[in-house]
Write a protein that binds this ligand. Structure first.
Ligand code: NAD
Length: 332
């Protein structure tokens, strides 16, 4: 490991959206950072001091990258995507196998190296479908996770893995931390190709649409969600990782909107009038919102940034990607 006087961190999934931003944040705090992923970040250079391209489904790779006592370990690597990836059923076996293997291997490697604390990113997708049928009053308080009934295999794997991290705390004296992220978005997130999530997809569709144009929306657009800007996610992540609280705890926004309202917000930011065409598509639960009472109580902090502010930054970035792509197509 690099400079022994610096604090050190290992970020698994450092080529992904949240992981690459987390690496940059830790570098700003002057950590020595090792990132690991199947791939480098797609939209910018990694800020990591050391970046290992490796497959965490391989236990040997996990043992090689945990080659010393990191001060902080963040396990964000997962086989995941938006509704178009995790709710169609087409990727269920891979999603479960790949992500469970990563978590089993990483925990084993950390325990054997006497790395006692790992941050794990679980998801709001663990919450029972039966509590999320009313779009105006979804229940997502942490204790409502049981009796368990996630609506996707992605959610079931997350539930298994968060229990795994807590079981290692119980049986091996580890102090792992578990967060349940709710819809994180921002610049440099996947914005096309099938793995993108609602905010990036809506920004792309609006950026491509003409003024007075039409965009397609999955479902009737009355399903509700909340979306958390990446900087707030990182703040919550780091606070939880360094806290004395084990979790699981929600890291999400409480500013709930319908997907139709999300489209209207983005259209307004873009300065365009946009018509919505509602079509059939994978939807997920009818309503979901973060419940931030526990994080406020245990960490004395909760996210507060307005959705519109985060969307404005995200739209600007996605619009630039759209223009760049169009220029590339014209030049070809
Ligand atoms: P992402 O897909 O951008 O990042 C995940 C990274 O893991 C990818 O870069 C991928 O290449 C890597 N990876 C997958 N399999 C791997 C393997 N076998 N070995 C090494 N690397 C592998 O996703 P993200 O949005 O940055 O999410 C990070 C974490 O947060 C994930 O665990 C995700 O489930 C969780 N989460 C995210 C959200 C969200 O809204 N973004 C919501 C809930 C939970």
């Amino acid at each position: 490991m690099g400079n022994e006087t610096k604090r050190s961190a290992l970020v698994c999934g450092a080529g992904g959206f949240i992981g690459s931003h987390l690496v940059s944040r830790l570098k700003r705090e002057e950590y020595w950072v090792r990132g690991v992923d199947l791939k480098f970040p797609c939209y910018s250079e990694t800020a990591a001091d050391d970046f290992v391209v490796g497959d965490l489904r391989d236990p040997l790779v996990c043992r090689q990258i945990v080659d010393g006592r990191f001060d902080e370990v963040y396990q964000l690597a997962a086989d995941m995507g938006g509704a178009g990836y995790i709710f169609t059923g087409e990727h269920d076996a891979d999603v479960m196998h790949n992500s469970a293997s990563i978590n089993l291997n990483m925990l084993d490697a950390c325990r054997k190296r006497n790395v006692r604390k790992v941050f794990y990113s679980s998801s709001a997708c663990i919450y029972p479908a039966y509590n999320q049928t009313d779009p105006d009053n979804p229940v997502c308080s942490e204790e409502s996770a049981y009796p368990a009934a996630p609506d996707s295999e992605y959610g079931w794997e997350k539930l298994f893995s968060e229990r795994l991290y807590v079981a290692y705390n119980r049986n091996y004296g580890m102090t792992n931390r578990v967060a349940r992220y709710h819809n994180i978005f921002g610049p440099e997130g996947t914005w096309e190709g099938g793995k993108e999530k609602a905010p990036a997809a809506v920004c792309r569709k609006v950026a491509r649409a003409a003024n007075n144009g039409e965009i397609e929306i999955w479902g009737d657009g009355m399903q509700t969600r909340s979306f958390l800007y990446i900087d707030e996610c990182l703040e919550g992540t780091i606070r939880l990782a360094r806290s004395g609280f084990e979790g699981p705890v929600n890291i999400g926004s409480e500013e709930m909107v319908t997907i139709n309202q999300l489209v209207d917000l983005v259209a307004d930011i873009a300065g365009k009038r946009i018509r919505k065409k509602h079509i059939a598509g994978p939807l997920g639960v009818r309503g979901r919102n973060s419940d931030n009472r526990l994080i406020k109580e245990r960490l004395g902090w909760r996210p507060s940034m307005a959705l519109r502010d985060g969307l404005a930054k995200t739209y600007e970035w996605v619009e630039r990607q759209v223009y760049r792509n169009e220029l590339r197509v014209e030049a070809a």
